[in-house]
Write a protein that binds this ligand. Structure first.
Ligand SMILES: *[C@@H]1O[C@H](CO)[C@@H](O)[C@H](O)[C@H]1NC(C)=O
Ligand SMILES: *[C@@H]1O[C@H](CO)[C@@H](O)[C@H](O)[C@H]1NC(C)=O
Ligand SMILES: *[C@@H]1O[C@H](CO)[C@@H](O)[C@H](O)[C@H]1NC(C)=O
Ligand SMILES: [Mg+2]
Length: 273
């Protein structure tokens, strides 16, 4: 009976909407009359391309979602027309809010753990676009429109002046307070060890169990997934338990020995396989 009544109400509403929408033919606003009052259901001009117009923000937003969901993979540069969109995103509030949604969830999870408390519980942190932010560099290089230039990026990174990603640093401090140790595992090469150490300390990451950088001899020609899986395996062989793992790249959290839970921070600027 209740279902029948619901069905009738739904049908009436549908007919009403259809009638009113046809009356508003040619407009994007849809009015609904209820108890003699007219409501605009869509008071804003929709940016959904209803009229068949191409709207860059919508396409770039879809592109970013597909990138974050790992549906678009192995891309070399961001679409040219998305430079403004990506720049606005990473310099704006949304990037910070999206990062916070990730790190707060990570902290909730960490609080729920029953830790052994023998000092072997660790959390793996990636560095670039996770612990540290290279936005000052990418802002000068089209936010990912330019193909990645290892030489020029390394020159910049070697200055050791990257600011922290504030949400990650908060997570880092909270994890330390829970008794979880932190290991930094980065795709940066061994040649950047000193500047990276200095940068981490200046950015407020003073306490950590290890800083693992990429040995370019051992991992020559290997993907990030292979390198990071192998280094995490070595950690587990040393008796550590990886309770959590956070990074901005899928290659930080795919592969083997990924840890009990993984957390993916946003990064619409570049892709590392
Ligand atoms: C990469 O950066 C270096 C150092 O800034 C520069 O000399 C070189 O021309 C760049 N390579 C490309 C392909 O742009
Ligand atoms: C890098 O790996 C090579 C080959 O496995 C090894 O001989 C070398 O000692 C390693 N370098 C560092 C800095 O760990
Ligand atoms: C992590 O996963 C392992 C293997 O599934 C499990 O034995 C262990 O209890 C988990 N640790 C935590 C802290 O959840
Ligand atoms: Mg990274």
């Amino acid at each position: 009976m209740v279902r029948l009544v619901s069905l009738i109400i739904f049908s009436l509403a549908t007919i009403l909407l259809a009638t009113k929408s046809s009356l508003c033919h040619g407009k994007t606003t849809l009015n609904l009359v209820d108890h003699g009052i007219t409501f605009s259901i869509f008071p804003l001009r929709l940016k959904s391309g209803l009229g068949g117009h191409y709207i860059p923000e919508i396409s770039c937003s879809s592109w970013r979602l597909a990138v974050e969901a790992h549906n678009i993979i192995d891309w070399k540069t961001i679409p040219q027309e998305c430079e403004g969109y990506v720049g606005n995103y990473v310099l704006g509030k949304q990037y910070r809010e999206d990062s916070k949604a990730v790190t707060e969830e990570a902290y909730k999870y960490a609080q729920s753990l029953n830790l052994v408390g023998d000092g072997k519980d660790i959390w793996v942190f990636d560095i670039d676009e996770t612990s540290l932010s290279n936005l000052p560099y990418y802002a000068q290089h089209g936010f990912g429109v330019e193909p990645f230039n290892e030489t020029s990026f390394s020159e910049w990174a070697d200055h050791g002046i990257a600011p922290p990603l504030p949400e990650s640093r908060t997570l880092y401090k909270n994890l330390l307070n829970l008794g979880i140790k932190v290991v930094f595992l980065t795709g940066r090469s061994e040649s950047l060890r000193d500047s990276t150490l200095k940068n981490l300390k200046d950015a407020g990451y003073n306490t950590f169990e290890a800083l693992i950088l990429r040995n370019s001899t051992e991992y020559n020609g290997k993907t990030g997934v292979t390198y990071k899986s192998s280094e995490r395996k070595k950690l587990e062989e040393k008796g550590y338990r990886i309770v959590g793992n956070i990074g901005d790249q899928w290659s930080d959290i795919l592969g083997t020995n990924t840890g009990n839970r993984t957390f993916k921070l946003p990064d619409p600027m570049y892709y590392i396989s």
